[in-house]
Design a protein around this ligand. Sequence first.
Ligand code: UT7
Length: 322
Amino acid sequence: MKAVIRGFGGYLPEKTLTNFDLEKMVETSDAWIRERTGIQVRHIASDNEYTSTLAIKAAQEALKNANMTGKDIDMVILATTTPDDTTPATAVQVQAAIQMDRGYAFDVQAACSGFMYALSIANQYILSGSVKNALVIGAETLSRIVDWSDRNTCVLFGDGAGAVVLSAATTEEEKAGTGVLDIVLHSDGNCRQLLTTTGGVSRTQTAGHVLMEGREVFRHAVTNLAEVATEVITRTGIKLSDIDFLVPHQANVRIVESTAKKLEIPMDKVILTLPEQGNTSAASIPLALFEGVKSGRLKKGQLILLDAMGGGFTWAAALIRL
Ligand code: UT7
């Protein structure tokens, strides 16, 4: 039994914030941001858009591309660090909006690796036979918890949502080797202070603001991303040269380049959305998948490697035959 991706979706708010806009807000420059991160512009949710607004649009797009409706879906898992409300889960807002009148929906919090954790859970439910079709979403309004006076973080993040429909494979797909081959997850709570927020519901009764020791996070990221990718490749017995595309979490172009170099994957086989989207945390991988499919670079039959790292620390990699 395998789980296959049947549909991809994504949504970015209309409003954008360029590096030049940021120059007017904090002491920074377009040149610094481009050179140190690769980001040129990011999308920002408008006042009446919430994480659920973005998630619902991405989910509807994924359903449309899978030729399904909410009635076909058994489970919604939504990865986010920025839920609409403390409770209930943002996933149930999506459940109601897509008119899914059965099954269940819940949120997952694993920072920038959240989509990978959600995908892994959905994959296990499908492998166990208890779910046939799952909607897996990464959605964020990071702009709501960014300190817009902190140049160390405010230039990095953007808002957006990406979604996939993950389904039990047909016999033909099984035979063709299509689907999720393996997913590896890791976390290390000893590093929790390196990428955190200044508060939270229980501790300060606020959402807090993003706080990051950039240089340290960078150092861990370049090590962990290559290691976990190598782990999943070794576990599946796949040859590096068989990988068609790397779809990494989009945190910093220098991190992506370093990971690709270590894995001997040329940059023309990497989906990069950083310049136009910034770091959308849990939404970055499904948005990159959506972008890759939309642009025609990601195609059926290809072998793709997903790779993510974020607060916790959490990090993860997956190999999928599209
Ligand atoms: O998605 C979750 C995972 N997150 C990440 O993976 C992010 C990992 N970290 C990074 O991407 C990078 O560390 C940053 C982009 C955040 C920072 O780049 P860096 O090359 O590590 O810069 P730095 O922190 O070492 O700072 C270099 C200099 C400092 O000035 P001094 O101390 O050398 O005088 C900073 O104060 O750049 C300064 N700086 C800035 N200058 C202009 C920091 N932020 C800015 C800024 N504009 N926005």
